[in-house]
Design a protein around this ligand. Structure first.
Ligand code: FES
Ligand SMILES: [Fe+2]
Length: 362
């Protein structure tokens, strides 16, 4: 149903405070994120293996806290029901109800841990295809690749984040994102473009890591956002699995703006779309009060359309993808298929996208 054995965007890193927890359902699985005293994030299944209480209702016992006469070597999450504690690796570290003579190897009790990365102000989580609640869990395979890194912005966090929930399967959110033909209709606000300014376009595409890239080109002249940036602009738009779109705008020799759109399935019918903007242009910060509502409105227009689409999809119609405007959607499905095939056969992933020129009006 969802691509596995890859990284999903989980949340803006600032939402996970030191010593705090953040609970989320991702791909239908309850996950709790926590932070160690030294700032390192970790994550595990948000479900106590004893009697199923969400661990996120407990507390984080910080590294160094003295428990039973000893300082904790790492942070631990304490279940609110009977106080069982779990380390960042998901192993049970303590069962307080045990008395002398009731020795048991508590470390054999495991909660599924989820590898986490914190990069450029974003938390990414590795969603494997391993079962999450076998009686005995092993450590799970380590990730075989890393989450994407936004180009040219160093380790700065996003200057602007806008997030919305779409009531649809993640596939509809993803293909809506890469659909070049809806702009003049869905985003026809004064801030963007109008159907009147439609014209034929031709763009070069090529395969790139886990996806494809619309090769660097001067951006469309009928977009007001690009006008604000001024100067001579080049933009490169990359898509990669599972649902990550990156737009890298180079503003002459003045700097860079990078937009990251991450599509994360919450469950089969709910998708979280998070739009983050990074920039190296200090003056753009002054426009933030204006950009924020713009980003909200823009993303909201996409959300309203997929929510409307849901009304039609209730009747389970057959849908179509046409040339060339829907080619990127076709590539997305091919990429997914190739990813799943490589997972089953344990073979290397082979990118099915070939260099191509696509033409459409928008
Ligand atoms: S349910 Fe968590 S310790 Fe009992
Ligand atoms: Fe859109």
């Amino acid at each position: 149903m969802f691509i596995r054995n890859t990284w999903y965007y989980a949340a803006p890193a600032r939402e996970l405070k030191a010593g705090g927890m953040l609970s989320k359902v991702l791909l239908g699985e309850p996950v709790v994120f926590a932070r160690d005293a030294d700032g390192t994030p970790f994550a595990m299944r948000d479900l106590c293996p004893h009697r199923g209480v969400p661990l996120s209702f407990g507390r984080v016992c910080p590294k160094g806290e003295v428990m039973d006469g000893a300082a904790l070597p790492t942070a631990q999450i304490e279940c609110p029901y009977h106080g069982w504690r779990f380390g960042p690796d998901g192993r049970c570290a303590a069962i307080p109800s045990l008395v002398e003579g009731q020795e048991m190897d508590v470390g054999k009790i495991r909660v599924r841990r989820y590898p986490v990365r914190e990069i450029q102000g974003a938390l990414w989580v590795w969603m494997s295809d391993e079962p999450v609640d076998r009686p005995v869990l092993d450590d799970g395979a380590e990730p075989d690749h890393e989450p994407p890194v936004m180009p040219e912005v160093g380790d700065r966090a996003p200057a602007l984040i806008e997030r919305q929930i779409f009531d649809c399967h993640t596939d509809h959110a993803v293909i809506g994102l890469m659909d070049p033909a809806h702009g003049p209709y869905v985003h026809k606000s004064v801030f963007w473009r109008s159907a009147k300014s439609m014209h034929a376009k031709q763009k070069e595409f090529g395969p790139s890591e886990m996806g494809f890239t619309m090769l660097p080109h001067p951006p469309s002249k009928n977009s007001k956002f690009y006008k604000i940036l001024g100067g001579d602009l080049t933009t490169a738009i990359a898509f990669r699995l599972p649902g990550i779109r990156t737009e890298h705008i180079t503003v002459g020799d003045k700097g860079h703006v990078v937009g990251l759109t991450a599509v994360t399935p919450i469950d089969e019918n709910t998708t979280e779309v998070t739009q983050s903007f990074y920039w190296t242009l200090p003056w753009l910060g002054m426009l933030k009060p204006m950009l924020k509502p713009f980003a909200r409105r823009f993303l909201g227009q996409d959300r309203d359309m997929v929510n409307l689409q849901k009304e039609g999809l209730k009747h389970d119609p057959r849908l179509m993808l046409i040339n060339d405007a829907d080619m990127q959607a076709k590539w997305y499905f091919r990429l997914k298929k190739a990813w799943e095939d490589s997972g089953q056969s344990r073979a290397a992933f082979e990118n099915p996208v070939k260099p191509a020129t696509l033409r459409w009006r928008s």
